[in-house]
Design a protein around this ligand. Sequence first.
Ligand code: UD1
Ligand code: UDP
Length: 360
Amino acid sequence: MQVLNMAKIASIVGARPNFVKLAPFSRELRKTLHEVIIHTGQHYNYEMDKVFFDEMGIPKPDYHLNAGSGTHGRQTGEMLARIEDVLVKEEPDAVVVFGDTNTTLAGALAASKLHIPIAHVEAGLRSFDRRMPEEINRVLVDHCSDMLFCPTETAVENLRKEGVTKGVSLTGDVMVDALRMCLEIAEKDSKVMEDLGLRPKDYCLATVHRASNTDDISCLKDIVEAFQDLGDVVFPCHPRAEKYLRQYGLYDGLKARVRIVKPVGYLDMLMLEKNARKVLTDSGGVQKEAYIMGVPCITMRDTTEWVETVQDGWNALVGPERIAITEKVRNFNPKSKQREVFGSGDASQKITEKIKEWLK
Ligand code: UD1
Ligand code: UDP
């Protein structure tokens, strides 16, 4: 136990979904182990970054690397170099990386070159679409990780099919832990429904940020037209989407017809999701949250990693096509019951236990 008390874990984060996953994990890990948080700076606007630390009680990062935005190679390379310097200095016993962002890949690569054991939280997810930058990140990170923490049985099976079985555990999803940790607080503290003048089940909540949807003018135009046709849409707009909406001259027309707001903090997001009539998204995390809260979800993508949400009838995939999107939003009304396919809210605890066993 003495050795474990001294063990040092470096958690590497940098983008919005990394922060949501870190929050419950860090809280649990710090009960028994020493954690150093390394923030790459991939996301940096207050509403994409610090709001999550403030609202979810995540400790201030020990290192902030200010890597910022860039092309994939440049951004990942900048982060890799800067993370390496910190790992050389800190000599952690293991690093933990989360999900599938460029931060996740940079963290795992830096650690693997230094022979530091890697734990991957949210291992084994696959869309089987290698054009998605996140798919490349996931595959590479899984194949250099020592501890692979899978949120679902599907993820375990995906790894098995790639020959990865060593170090694999089914732990459930830390995003369930995050949701359970924050929902009650959100119900009490969030004022977003009043602030936006919204009534429960009177609007659709939309998020869009996938490169395949935002960067391609014809896809983005179809999505914008679908939102305009629907009208009653509340759209917390990711900076990537805002950039391309403005570049393609679509922003003002959309703003005239639907409610565009800045990205919201996690507590407000939970309330907006819970009270939405339908959720329209291309986000991984939002698909799961909609499922857990029993809100029908229309995912504007041809594939999903979260196949259980579709199998159980709560998530419908549609390509970025105007008519298909509006048609689905109007007619998709799931009736089936959800299951606990993403675990029961104890993933952080299970992962911490597994890391401790591994360190022994
Ligand atoms: C990244 C992740 C994606 C994740 C998403 C969550 C990768 C490859 N992609 O995509 O998996 O779903 O985060 O939100 O890691 N920008 C700002 N301010 C910010 C952050 C971004 O203005 O705080 C703008 C910049 O113009 C930047 C663009 O958004 O170039 C894209 O940011 P980036 O971090 O490269 O990718 P995301 O699209 O956010
Ligand atoms: N989220 C948020 N505010 C927003 C949009 C998303 O708090 O305006 C949360 C969302 O509830 C989920 C996480 O961010 O917990 C998902 O991150 P994102 O959609 O950026 O990335 P993905 O899950 O697609 O990687």
